[in-house]
Design a protein around this ligand. Structure first.
Ligand SMILES: Cc1cc2nc3c(=O)[nH]c(=O)nc-3n(C[C@H](O)[C@H](O)[C@H](O)COP(=O)(O)O)c2cc1C
Length: 331
């Protein structure tokens, strides 16, 4: 069976990628993921806030000593002075992962603004990563901030990062735009080579005992796959970029549905966290079984076959079916 696929210009042995999560923060897990057939790994994120915290520390260091004497510049921190900080640790994790496994390693930056932190993209590139994912998740809480302002912030961040790196860039986008397809186009115009559809936001809850708001990481199930399929199907073949289905992929069937909708690859976090690294092997076996039974020979053969442009029922992705499906509700 030919599972190979292209993602971000990288040749992958199959469409299974380990999405950013605590699993991809451990070298041991990354090795196990590779042993169980995962084709690429997206590292856990380095956050803008973590980098900025360090930039402020550097700033403080410089200013705290700037008036000491004429040789003040000798106080300037060298890279070595900061190699115990979060971002230096992240670079070290990447170097270790790159030398321990043969599959592509994609780093992940997580932030919302086009500030100095973006320069870390270059450091990550120099550490030898095969690609970089940028997760931009901004939650506007001001009722005066227009969508236009938010969208520009997203686009500027992508443009700014692109200026600092030449390696493949994957933008992990969310669905909270008036027109996600137009944002997808603008991300590609700003320099993205791939799009992850979609990031899965954290869950907000209220603790009735503590009377406080809570925010937790969101463990998904296959039921969360709907918007992933819809937007992969809508975007398939419309943009010069790769598509990665990135929420609700939990089984062999989910991977196949995503590929048929138009995804070049699928990224899994919850399923691997719930069932462990070896679950990747089960998924690959399930894919092989299904494809043999239905006489498919390759992933390429099925890609986009049920996309918006190719399905015999494009209205399933549109408003046309919306009223009908509500009126003909079945459990
Ligand atoms: C515990 C946990 C930690 C995560 N950490 C990150 C992270 O560091 N960076 C990131 O971009 N996404 C992170 N994610 C999001 C996942 O990479 C993934 O996009 C999301 O969970 C949807 O995929 P899934 O349905 O397979 O879980 C995390 C998700 C979980 C559940």
């Amino acid at each position: 069976m030919d599972f190979t696929t292209q993602f971000l210009g990288l040749q992958l042995k199959n469409p299974l990628i380990a999405s950013a999560s605590p699993l991809t923060a451990s070298l041991d897990s990354i090795k196990k993921l590779e042993d169980n057939g995962i084709a690429a790994v997206i590292m856990h994120s380095l956050f803008e806030e973590e980098i900025n915290h360090e930039l402020h520390q550097v700033d403080y260091f410089i200013h705290a000593h700037s008036n000491s004497n004429a040789e003040a510049s000798t106080y300037l921190p060298t890279e070595v002075d900061f190699d115990n900080l979060q971002s230096e640790q992240y670079l070290e994790e990447i170097r270790r992962a790159k030398s321990a496994v043969n599959i592509p390693i994609i780093a992940s930056l997580n932030g919302v603004s086009a500030g100095g932190w973006i320069k870390y993209g270059k450091k990550l590139q120099e550490a030898g990563i095969d690609g970089l994912e940028l997760n931009i998740t901004y939650i506007p809480t001001s009722i005066d901030m227009t969508g236009d302002v938010v969208e520009k912030m997203y686009i500027e961040t992508v443009k700014n990062l692109r200026e600092h790196i030449s390696i493949p860039l994957n933008v992990k986008m969310n669905a909270y735009f008036s027109n996600p397809a137009n944002m997808a186009k603008r991300f590609v115009e700003a320099g993205a080579n791939g799009l992850s559809i979609f990031d899965n936001p954290t869950r907000v809850d209220v603790d009735l005992e503590l009377l406080t708001a809570l925010q937790n990481a969101n463990i998904t199930s296959s039921k969360s796959i709907s918007e992933t399929l819809r937007w992969c199907a809508i975007l398939y073949n419309k943009l010069p970029c790769s598509l990665c289905a990135n929420t609700g992929i939990h089984s062999a069937e989910d991977v196949l549905k995503a590929v048929m909708s138009g995804a070049d690859a699928t990224a899994l976090a919850s399923a691997l966290l719930l069932h462990g690294e070896a679950y990747a092997k089960d998924i690959l076996l399930g894919m092989d079984e299904w494809m043999q039974k239905h006489e498919y020979e390759s992933i390429a053969q099925m890609k986009g076959s049920i996309s918006h442009a190719h399905t015999d029922n494009p209205s399933a992705y549109e408003r046309n079916s919306y009223m009908y499906s509500l009126q003909h509700y079945r459990d």
